[in-house]
Design a protein around this ligand. Structure first.
Ligand code: AHG
Ligand code: MN
Ligand code: MN
Ligand code: MN
Length: 341
């Protein structure tokens, strides 16, 4: 690490010195980052770590509140984040994709003023095939006067987030973070064991020629999505007047990281398969944190009908349709939905 490099710790101390975060939030981000380093080590061991595959099998499979068969790394990552955040005194409660309800911090530890929500391992279907996965987290304030938070205390719109981020376990382990003043990228220096600032103030290009969607769902989409993607596929011969490329990793962290790095639009729209649940992706610990990171980098995030960060949550595991990325392209996609009313 060169002597001019800025560690995550130094970055956060300078944010605190600039009055952009307080000591408790700084501590919370450091704890989450440290837990992500531990998860990165477990993910990196792959088959050698005995952590691949599902928890149980057949009738003994472990099914989470989402109705998904849990991977061993889903459960391990959740445990790592729960343990790391229990004793620090900065949190009042936690919620996770892998836990049915939220959990207040155990009575034996002091409680702080924040609520942490996380997707401990995003992209689980990619773990066993060695494709990038990640951890997504979102931080809210615990409502004033609440010392024993319950699920309802977590149901705040995305605009209430005081911090959000993800850690992607790919060729490099990279933490992308916002505390409300820009989106910044830190790469893990494995020799030193600390995250180093590698991009301050990420900016998403407003235009793009790259879209990310699971095309196998095309026949299940609503007409506006059919029309929007149909025009993308017509390329320069169609109304968009330019050719598009497509990428779909099926790890939201990987698709969003690509978009934060070089632009693009990511969409998981409503489809007939998931319409009864409101969509595929979860608002509180996938869509909201990613939307804040994208907006802080000059991009846009929508459900197709409203600004995603303004959705009023009705449940901890609420799902929403997602369009996020390059501002002009998200506006174009929303335009198809507006026309349809
Ligand atoms: P998770 O692994 O945390 O359950 O999330 C997976 C999500 C998201 O990461 C990705 O964009 C999407 O599922 C992929 O869905 P498909 O497998 O339907 O493409
Ligand atoms: Mn996920
Ligand atoms: Mn997950
Ligand atoms: Mn899952």
């Amino acid at each position: 690490m060169s002597n001019t490099s800025i560690s995550l710790t130094r970055f956060l101390i300078e944010e605190q010195r600039a009055d952009r975060i307080n000591p408790d939030l700084r501590l919370l981000v450091e704890v989450v980052a440290r837990a992500c380093k531990t998860i990165s080590i477990a993910v990196g061991k792959g088959a050698l770590g005995g952590v691949l595959g599902d928890v149980g099998s057949g009738s003994d499979a472990s099914i989470n509140v989402q109705g998904e068969a849990q991977k061993k790394l889903d459960v391990l990552s959740n445990e790592i984040l729960m343990e790391a955040n229990a004793w620090g005194g900065h949190l009042a409660g936690l919620a996770s994709e892998e836990m049915d309800t939220s959990h207040p911090i155990p009575d034996k530890y002091p409680r702080g003023n924040y609520l942490l929500l996380f997707d401990p391992l995003d992209g689980s279907s990619n773990i066993d095939v060695n494709v990038s996965v990640g951890t997504i987290f979102s931080v809210l304030r615990c409502p004033d006067g609440v010392t024993n938070p319950v699920d309802a205390d977590f149901l705040q719109p995305g605009t209430a987030q005081v911090a959000a981020g993800y850690c992607i376990y790919g060729p490099s382990t990279t933490l992308v973070l916002t505390v409300g003043h820009g989106t910044h990228c830190f790469t893990l220096d494995r020799e030193v064991g600390s995250f180093v600032l590698t991009a301050r103030g990420m900016r998403i290009p407003e235009e793009t020629r790259e879209f990310a969607v699971n095309m196998s769902n095309q026949r299940h989409w609503e007409p506006p999505m059919q029309a929007y993607v149909g025009d993308l596929l017509l390329g320069s011969e169609g109304p968009r007047g330019k050719d598009f490329n497509m990428r779909w990793v099926a790890s939201m962290v990987a698709d969003v990281h690509r978009i934060l790095t070089r632009g693009g639009i990511f969409s998981y729209p409503l489809d007939r398969k998931s319409a009864d649940k409101g969509g595929r992706l979860r608002l509180m610990y996938e869509a909201n944190p990613m939307s804040l990171l994208v907006e802080q980098a000059g991009g846009a995030a929508s459900t197709g009908h409203q600004r995603l960060l303004e959705v009023q949550p009705t449940g901890l595991h609420m799902r929403v349709p997602v369009f996020l990325g390059s501002k002009t392209e998200v506006e174009a996609a929303v335009g198809y939905h507006a026309k349809a009313g």
